[in-house]
Design a protein around this ligand. Structure first.
Ligand SMILES: *Cc1c(COP(=O)(O)O)cnc(C)c1O
Length: 230
């Protein structure tokens, strides 16, 4: 077995255990392998080992790699900061964009999706730790933002995404995961369709177990699958 295969086996067991510990069905949790700065070769190994979903952060790097691997070889997730002038590529190459945080960006994605007759699936990114250095909308804006993006014809809102501040102790991230789940409840209470908030994208290599216990449906795991990005 390759290291990537071994890593995937270990992570799947950990996902199953985290789900079992809180009575969730592991089938409701999708492992998104984050391959930024890793080679096409390693990504192919992961796909061969059964990984179905891959996440990338940088448009140019991602476009080159997706062209090399093939669009239909995986479900592609865009998880980096997206500038409006790159929206066209994000729409062309990605199945799910996790990082919509402004109506202006949503509008541009909608426009690009319309051009290729696509209904683009998106998540709304929340700046859950209120960090100046991180993208994402403020928690208080989320109900309005969710309502606004559901108006676009070529967008399909699917949920929320967050990236808490980094802590060595995964337990320290838990309140942030709980907060994202609460924001989802608020959006539901405001009358937004449940299907539009079905996903919570949260949890990374060191804290995905806590995220799963708090309701994550998409966990974004890079280092634990592919090794360090050096
Ligand atoms: C890089 C990255 C990840 C993966 O982080 P690891 O700690 O390597 O698992 C997850 N989400 C986002 C948004 C990232 O940029």
């Amino acid at each position: 077995m390759t290291t990537i295969q071994d890593n995937l086996t270990i992570i799947r067991k950990q996902i199953d255990a985290a789900a079992a510990a809180c009575g969730r069905n592991p089938a409701d949790i999708t492992l998104v392998g984050v391959s930024k700065k890793h080679s096409v070769e390693k990504m192919r190994q992961a796909i061969d080992a059964g990984l179905t979903d891959l996440g990338e952060n940088y448009i140019q790097e991602a476009v080159d790699k997706i062209e090399a691997i093939g669009k239909t070889e995986a479900c592609w997730h865009f998880i980096g900061h997206l500038q409006s002038n790159k929206a066209r590529f994000a729409v062309q190459y990605f199945d799910l964009i996790h990082t919509v945080d402004k109506v202006k960006l949503a509008k541009e994605i909608d426009k690009q999706a319309k051009k290729i007759n696509k209904c683009q699936k998106i998540l709304l990114q929340v700046n859950i730790g209120e960090e100046d250095t991180k993208s994402g909308a403020d928690a208080e804006q989320m109900v309005d933002l969710a309502r606004a993006v559901t108006e676009f014809e070529h967008l399909k809102l699917q949920g929320l995404m967050c990236m808490p501040p980094y802590f060595d102790d995964p337990e320290a991230a838990r309140p942030y995961f709980q907060h994202l789940a609460q924001i989802r409840e608020k959006i539901l209470d405001a009358g937004v369709d449940a299907d539009a908030v079905r996903h919570l994208s949260m949890g990374m290599s060191h804290d995905f177990a806590a995220a799963i216990q708090e309701g994550a449906t998409l966990v974004r795991v890079g280092t634990a699958i592919f090794g360090s990005r050096s």
